[in-house]
Design a protein around this ligand. Structure first.
Ligand code: SF4
Length: 190
């Protein structure tokens, strides 16, 4: 069995049903009905605000908003949940894997939100671990954007350098067991 493939199929299915539930109020199937509590929580947060599901936010290289398929699209993000309420945004990301509160992705989402919605001064982000219904949260302010962009750019530059020099150093981690190349990789951490 390919654990990675199975886990990602499960993740896609859960994402799909949470989307139906929140967009069209379609009841969750029985095996994932326990996620109803998440949907009602999202609805409560969104009360009096604007709720978007699977919201696509895209920036050009000059960090200007653009469309997903536009030729100048450079940084694409898809936010599972985005709520805009006054000067505060709430971002949630559904996670079906093992709990690993790495907030880099959420920092990037917060930066996207600040670029797209000038009224937003505060962005509250949550990683929602579906398996055990746990949540890790971090809050970012517009004042922190410059530092966050500097961190993002550092990572992006590393990718550009690798592409330019065609050097892709292996980075073994707990994720190796989901990697399709793990059986041929000399560095796999299995
Ligand atoms: S198995 Fe090898 S290629 Fe795959 S993630 Fe691990 S180190 Fe990288």
């Amino acid at each position: 069995m390919d654990d990675g493939g199975e886990a990602s199929k499960y993740g896609e299915r859960v994402h799909e049903f949470l989307e139906y539930r929140l967009k069209e109020n379609v009841e969750l199937p029985q095996d994932i009905a326990h996620y109803e509590v998440l949907c009602t929580t999202v609805e409560k947060i969104a009360n009096g605000g604007e709720l978007s599901i699977e919201k696509e936010l895209v920036l050009t290289e000059e960090l200007k908003p653009t469309g997903w398929w536009e030729p100048d699209a450079w940084l694409r993000s898809k936010l599972d949940i985005l709520v805009l309420r006054g000067d505060t945004a709430y971002v949630m990301d559904w996670k079906t894997g093992k709990r690993n509160p790495d907030f880099f992705q959420m920092q990037m989402f917060a930066c996207q939100v600040f670029k797209h919605f000038p009224q937003v001064q505060k962005c509250k982000t949550s990683l929602v671990w579906l398996k055990h219904l746990q949540m890790d949260t971090e809050e970012y302010t517009r004042e922190q954007s410059n530092q966050m962009w500097a961190d993002i750019m550092k990572k992006i530059r590393r990718i550009y350098d690798s592409a330019e020099n065609d050097v892709w150093p292996a980075r073994p981690s707990g994720l190796c067991r989901f990697c399709p190349a793990r059986h041929d990789c000399d560095y796999a951490a299995l």
